[in-house]
Ligand binder design. Structure first.
Ligand code: FAD
Length: 384
């Protein structure tokens, strides 16, 4: 297809990737985002080879963030004994793409730099409040109107465009777990021999216990230790959407039966961010009937964090959308092909992810022993 004007709504990881891929393919791209400025907050994010390969293709330098990951260590939650070691071999991927763990703000910054460098127009403080997808155009809270040949909406899990596209009520559902994010300065861990080994270890440590799992790894070249926990909710706060800050008392209580390193890490977590994990049933329509607007990223497939694939799926969406525009002769067939290509892949990934809420949180007993035994066997038989 010839070059077109594209409006991308949302400059999150997905929106920036789409903007970058489309601009590099010769389209004219404007991005609008509601945020007045981009936050430097966040924590570690896994960039698996399916994602890092695309970033490299788009010239996004995350190698400079110096956080490749050598593998996963699965640990018995109760006594700290190793269950399985899954090494990542950089030569395993034909393109040499690696598994990285980077700070989310650094990844966002690298995408932003790359998008600016290729000439995308990026406008902040532009919250879209209304769409007319038949034109198509988007109206922002300050009364401006943005028109384009194609609108790509990447406005995240709480998308206002999704219900307009599907014409169906939109109901995120509470999945019964909360997520905690904790970042601890590495020097705190250095004073303890057991914990300093964790900071020096360029890999992910994974503890799975009853009703919760904890994932820990160094970020920013070992300056910080990042922890993500998903755990069964004990909160009675109403509503689906909240983020709270808390101190280590809650964590120490919750993980009092876990191995000493987990307890020490909980003790060092001066504060955490905690929020309710929500899911959206599979979204049946990603492309508006006018064939001039589509959804991308969390807006059409919010991904629970159990397999760390949400941003990776958004990057894949961006790559496929670009390819469909290049291979088809008109917008309508390009968007149909995009939807048909991406939907089965993403639905599969969402199903796998939902299943891992159960797998990572199995209660003590024979099922848990079976899971751990199977993980050890798979790791031994199938080196990555
Ligand atoms: P978002 O990042 O939500 O971006 C949406 C953007 O749209 C924002 O910038 C927002 O300001 C803007 N916006 C919203 N509404 C409007 C509006 N009306 N007008 C204009 N702008 C608007 N994924 C991985 O690949 N690896 C991981 O390790 C990983 N870990 C995770 C851990 C946790 C605990 C969670 C919750 C998620 C994790 N994910 C991970 C998922 C990943 O973070 C998301 O899938 C990804 O960030 C989605 O990107 P997005 O651009 O689609 O949406």
């Amino acid at each position: 297809m010839h070059s077109i004007d594209v409006l991308v709504v949302g400059a999150g990881l997905g929106g920036l990737a789409a903007a970058l891929a489309l601009k590099m393919a010769g389209h004219s791209v404007t991005i609008v985002d509601a945020a007045p400025e981009f936050s430097k907050a966040g924590a570690g994010i896994h960039v698996s080879p399916n994602a890092s390969r695309l970033l490299r293709r788009w010239g996004v330098d995350i190698g400079g963030l110096r956080n490749t990951c050598d593998g996963f260590r699965f640990i018995r939650y109760a006594d700290g004994k190793p269950i399985a070691w899954v090494p990542f071999d950089s030569t395993a991927d034909a393109d040499g793409a690696r598994y990285h763990i980077v700070h989310r703000a650094d990844l966002h910054g690298a995408l932003l730099d790359a998008a600016r460098k290729v000439g995308c127009t990026i406008l902040t403080g532009k919250r879209v409040v209304d769409y007319d997808f038949s034109v198509p155009e988007a109206r922002t809270v300050d009364g401006s109107t943005f028109g384009a040949d194609l609108i790509v909406v990447a406005d995240g899990m709480r998308s206002i465009a999704r219900p307009l596209l599907t014409s169906a009520p939109d109901a995120p559902r509470d999945i019964g777990d909360v997520a905690y994010r904790i970042t601890i300065p590495a020097d705190k861990l250095q004073t303890d021999p057991e914990l300093s080994a964790l900071v020096r270890d360029p890999c992910v440590t994974f503890w799975c216990g009853p009703g919760a799992h904890m994932v820990g790894h160094p970020v920013r070249d070992g300056i910080e230790y990042n922890i993500m926990i998903c755990a069964r909710s004990r909160d009675s706060a109403p509503g689906l959407s909240w983020v709270v800050e808390g101190g280590n008392g809650e964590l120490l209580d919750r993980f009092s039966r876990w191995e000493p390193r987990v307890q020490k890490l909980c003790g060092m977590a001066d504060k955490f961010l905690k929020w309710r994990l929500c899911d959206v049933p599979d979204v049946p329509i990603w492309v508006h009937g006018s064939r001039r607007a589509c959804l991308l990223g969390d807006a059409c497939h919010p991904m629970l964090p159990y397999l760390a694939q949400g941003a990776a799926m958004a990057f894949e969406d961006a790559a496929v959308l670009k390819q469909c525009l290049a291979s088809e002769k008109d917008l309508a067939s390009a968007l149909s092909l995009y939807e048909q290509t991406r939907m089965p892949r993403v639905n599969y990934m969402q199903e796998e992810t939902r299943e891992h809420q159960y797998v990572w949180h199995i209660e003590d007993g024979w099922r848990q022993a079976l899971r751990d035994g199977q993980m050890a066997k798979n790791a031994a038989e199938n080196p990555v």
